[in-house]
Design a protein around this ligand. Structure first.
Ligand code: FAD
Length: 402
């Protein structure tokens, strides 16, 4: 069990890091506690087609979406697209594909194996201690990547993280829903169904939809599963589109809903994906960031190994690279999320009213959190009042628009 790099967690972040590093000839081990990659599912898989194409995600895993319906207590706004901007992912299919890519590149994946602790030798990290089939084993490596998702277990053990205190907590049914339009997503806002969060209906093909609710703890103490049952019992709000459904799977998950870690590297360690809070908290989106930032970490790991530089100074290159591309997206997402999490029902009605005046092509820009100077100008020109207010107060709060 001697490797150059050991990765804890085989989600999209860990698998992408493994593939990028293994491609260069680095000996990589990935340790995953679940029995299967991509199971149980703890994400609803909404993403953006153009961003995924840039990451070379095959179209086969994307179920295209052409219509988005936003519902508040007394308003409903619909956006339609000829070219689908977004998609719902075949999550399990994609994660297994990422595992295949990593394996083909030479990484060894160990499922049904739980990472227990980092291992130290002479005060330096020297690998991970793990448990499989009742036996404790030691996986030696001078470099470790924490990709354990929201748990961030290595980051916590090393004091890089205190654990996330503000969390998006989601519950979801994967339903057989024969009457739901296959290319329509819906979002539900307001205190009745999703206080401090939102509900969603995400179709992903074969007459299946993911119906879920996410709320933010501790902003509210509501249990998303109870809210989910409430939505199902009032499914007539969808005008029959959710009639005759049956429950096929139940999913539950948590995602950090606060800013990324101050430090995502230390001697011999890098932290990627949810473990580092490297997500957009605006809607609770993390898959594409996990893939991209995972690959960045894998690239820096390969360089570190070839130069035998495992010190924090060298690994900080990883932090510089991901911050350059995503820091502002994460900051803007967090800023907006903190504001909308406090909206009252009448504010949601009002926001949807103003949202209805937004040209459809600008909606993805906002939901992706891409508040570049150019995009902010486009939004201001479209002139919805609340967006202007949001943009101005974001300016005041010193968010930099790149
Ligand atoms: C309810 C919900 C809905 C979401 N919806 C979306 C969405 O629509 N679109 C989107 O882009 N993002 C969404 N997200 C976020 C997205 O799921 C995450 O950002 C993404 O999964 C992060 O990937 P990751 O690899 O960092 O972590 P994870 O996917 O969480 O993977 C971490 C892996 O580490 C393993 N692990 C943990 N501890 C150990 C251990 N001790 N030993 C070994 N293995 C371990 C876990 O089993 C897991 O396989 C959602 C999240 C939730 C909770």
């Amino acid at each position: 069990m001697n490797f150059d790099l050991v990765i804890a967690g085989a989600g999209p972040a860990g698998l992408s890091a493994a593939c990028a590093a293994a491609k260069t000839g680095v000996r990589v081990a990935v340790i995953e506690k679940s029995k299967e990659i991509g199971y149980p599912i703890h994400t609803s898989g909404g993403s953006w087609i153009d961003e995924l194409r840039k990451l070379h995600v095959p179209e086969a895993f994307m179920h295209p979406i052409r219509e988005g319906v936003f519902i508040s207590p007394n308003r409903k706004v619909t956006f339609k697209y000829v070219e689908p901007p977004s998609c719902i992912l075949d999550v399990r299919g994609l994660y297994q594909y990422l595992a295949e890519l990593a394996s083909a590149a030479g990484a060894e994946i160990f499922v049904n194996t739980t990472v227990l602790n980092p291992v130290f030798e002479e005060d330096r990290i020297a690998g991970l201690q793990a448990r499989r089939l009742g036996h404790t084993l030691r996986v030696q490596a001078p470099l470790v990547i924490d990709a354990t998702g929201c748990a961030g277990m290595i980051a916590r053990r090393l004091g890089l993280s205190k654990g996330f205190r503000r969390l998006g907590v989601g519950a979801e049914y994967d339903l057989f829903a024969p009457h739901w339009p296959e290319d329509r997503v819906a979002f539900l806002f307001g205190s009745l169904y999703a206080p401090s969060g939102y509900g969603w209906v995400f179709p992903h093909g074969h007459q299946r939809v993911r119906l879920g609710v996410g709320v933010i703890h501790p902003d509210t103490s509501e249990d998303p599963q109870m809210l989910l049952e409430k939505i199902l019992s009032k499914a007539d709000i969808f005008n029959g589109a959710l009639s005759k459904v049956s429950r096929i799977e139940y999913h539950r998950g948590i995602i950090p809903s606060e800013t990324f870690l101050q430090r995502t590297v230390s001697d011999g360690v890098m932290v990627v994906g949810d473990a580092g809070g490297l997500v957009s908290t605006l809607l609770g989106e993390g898959i594409r960031f996990a893939i991209d930032i995972g690959r960045m970490a894998g690239g820096v790991a390969a360089e570190a190994i070839s130069r035998k530089r495992f010190d924090e100074d060298f690994l900080r290159k990883f932090e510089r690279v991901w911050k350059k591309k995503y820091k502002q997206v994460f900051k803007a997402g967090e800023y907006i999320n903190h504001r909308i999490a406090r909206y009252r029902d009448e504010q949601w009605d009002h926001r949807l009213e103003t949202l209805s005046k937004l040209p459809p092509e600008l909606l993805p820009v906002i939901l992706k959190g891409e508040f570049t100077r150019k995009n902010v100008m486009k939004i201001l020109r479209a002139n919805p009042v609340f967006l202007r207010k949001a943009a101005l107060s974001a300016f005041k709060s010193k968010i930099k628009f790149t």
